[in-house]
Ligand binder design. Structure first.
Ligand SMILES: [Zn+2]
Length: 163
């Protein structure tokens, strides 16, 4: 039997990674994937420790669907959370986030002005942890509206920057 690929990381605890994978794996079951039959689950961890799930939502109109990762972010936003520590994606194999989702997440990294970690997991217990800044080193970072964007950080609570 192949040994699971587990990426040790200094950023997220084993408990946080396990919880992110659990929620993404559970939400993956709800994927609206009538076109591709390809279920993907995602989850985001807020800076105050809450986790919100998402799944891919396909449309019959080309280009109108959304990825699981953006669905998870939107779920968190709909619940009043804008400051994220990590984003997780679960697929049958290790599948990295698409560029559009990485760019979408980059704006939220500007809300907290800090790194966001990426957990990439498969359904066999393998996972890797990466940094958004490594996955999308040259992502577009806005310079306009920054003060307004950062006013969403922790809904006004001060966020201590991590080393
Ligand atoms: Zn995507």
């Amino acid at each position: 039997m192949k040994k699971p690929k587990i990426s040790k990381n200094p950023w997220l605890t084993d408990k946080e990674v396990a919880a992110l994978i659990f929620v993404a794996g559970k939400t993956r079951q709800n994927a609206f994937c009538h076109r591709s039959k390809h279920k993907i689950g995602a989850s985001v961890l807020t800076i105050d420790g809450q986790i919100f799930g998402g799944c891919n939502v396909e449309s019959v109109i080309s280009g109108l669907g959304t990825c699981a990762e953006r669905c998870a972010i939107d779920n968190a936003v709909a619940n009043g959370h804008y400051s994220f520590r990590a984003l997780c994606c679960v697929d049958s194999k290790l599948t990295p986030c698409c560029g559009a989702c990485l760019q979408y997440l980059t704006l939220f990294s500007q809300v907290i002005d800090d790194e966001v970690y990426l957990v990439n997991a498969d359904t066999n217990g393998n996972f890797e942890v990466d940094k958004l800044s490594q996955a999308l080193p040259f992502g577009y970072r806005t310079e306009s509206n920054l003060e307004e964007i950062q006013s969403f950080n922790g809904k006004g609570k001060k966020h201590k920057k991590r080393p």
